[in-house]
Design a protein around this ligand. Structure first.
Ligand code: KG4
Ligand code: ZN
Length: 337
């Protein structure tokens, strides 16, 4: 199996990883959180500039920590989308140039496939399985029949699950990005103390919607300023997790799949992991350090795809960044990019 360097600059983290034979040798992430925190969200132009100035050093760090040199690499991979286009272009351009300069294959990778690869790594799991992706930008359910036959069963119609965590965290004064801080606060709260509407309760199909819940939390806080913040956090978190579990379980029954993979930043959430276990859903989760955006997951996804065919290699070098890039069409299996 090849030695692959993977780059992710899809949003606000500069991630570079080195992977060999499904094993992560290095996973370096330079976070831009401090830069964006004062704006309460990611400023795309700032993110691109920061990737540009950080990327070279993060690549160096990843190579050093893996104990390899550029000459040892067999392929270079980078996220081509979806994501912020300016941010994507930095990692994609760098990856293409590096591969071309070294005379080795370049592998463009879909960001969501990389999240799935991270969740599957080390679990021994292989298709077919149902995959729940819950991140800051996406909430989606995929039936992964084979790596090249992925069917989308449902998606977020408005806020993604992680986005809802971040927005409610902001309402609770927890700063940006508030998902992990909210989860920490929720551990000390009573998850039945605050009544909130359960999203998607009476809905058919497998789509998600969390913006109504976020609004309900805002109104509740406005009307009841004396509520304990940890109780609001715990009640909100339970409501999101129950909704994710509920729709996922229905989708598994619909697809006739009994194996589940949970991927994306929200896969780091302890209550989600606990609840899935308690509900007897044996899910593969990514290791915590691979749950949120990173470069190692890009290399893991690329390992399957390294293509030494010359014509296809040249085509890979012409790949453009794609800010909107579906992993699969809705309703029918289709080859992923
Ligand atoms: O996958 P990711 O790093 O970025 C995207 O591709 O969007 O996901 C980041 C999201 C953020 O919204 C963050 O608040 C959320 O994942 N997140 C969490 C936790 N850790 C990260 N949400 C809930 N509980 C956590 N422990
Ligand atoms: Zn992501």
């Amino acid at each position: 199996m090849p030695l692959v360097l993977g780059i992710d600059t899809s949003c606000d983290d500069t991630g570079v990883g080195v992977v060999e034979n499904g094993r992560v040798l290095a996973n370096e992430v330079e976070s831009q959180t401090a830069l964006h925190a004062r704006f309460g969200g990611v400023v795309p132009e700032q993110a691109s500039r920061e990737h540009l100035s950080a990327l070279d050093a993060v690549v160096e760090r990843a190579l050093t920590s893996a104990g390899v040199t550029l000459d040892d690499l067999d392929a270079v991979a980078a996220t081509r989308g979806p994501g912020l286009v300016g941010a994507l272009l930095v990692g994609l351009g760098y990856g293409k140039a590096l591969a071309w300069g070294l005379g080795i294959p370049f592998v463009p990778v879909h960001h969501l496939e990389a999240h799935i690869a991270a969740a599957v790594a080390g679990s021994g799991q292989s298709p077919p399985f149902l995959c729940l992706i819950a991140s800051g930008g996406h909430t989606a359910l995929f039936a992964v029949h084979e790596w090249n036959a992925i069917e989308q069963l449902g998606r977020s119609r408005d806020d993604a699950a992680g986005e809802a965590f971040d927005k409610v965290a902001r309402l609770l004064g927890l700063g940006y990005p508030g998902g992990p801080a909210l989860a920490e606060l929720a551990e000390r709260g009573d998850d039945r103390a605050v009544a909130l509407p359960q999203p998607m309760r009476h809905q058919e199909g497998f789509d998600f919607s969390f913006s109504g819940l976020k609004t309900a939390v805002a109104i509740t806080l406005e009307r009841n300023p004396g509520l304990r913040r940890e109780d609001v956090a715990a009640s909100f978190e339970r409501t999101v997790v129950d909704a994710l579990v509920d729709v996922t379980r229905r989708a598994m029954a619909h697809a006739g799949m009994d194996r589940l993979v949970v991927a994306g930043g929200v896969a780091a959430n302890a209550r989600l992991r606990r609840t899935m276990r308690a509900e007897n859903l044996e899910a593969a989760f990514p290791p915590l350090e691979l749950a949120t955006d990173n470069g190692a997951m890009v290399a893991l996804a690329a390992e399957r795809r390294v293509d030494v065919d010359r014509a296809r290699q040249e085509q890979a070098l012409r790949t453009d960044a794609a800010p909107y890039l579906p992993l699969a069409a809705t309703g029918e299996p289709s080859a992923s990019a």
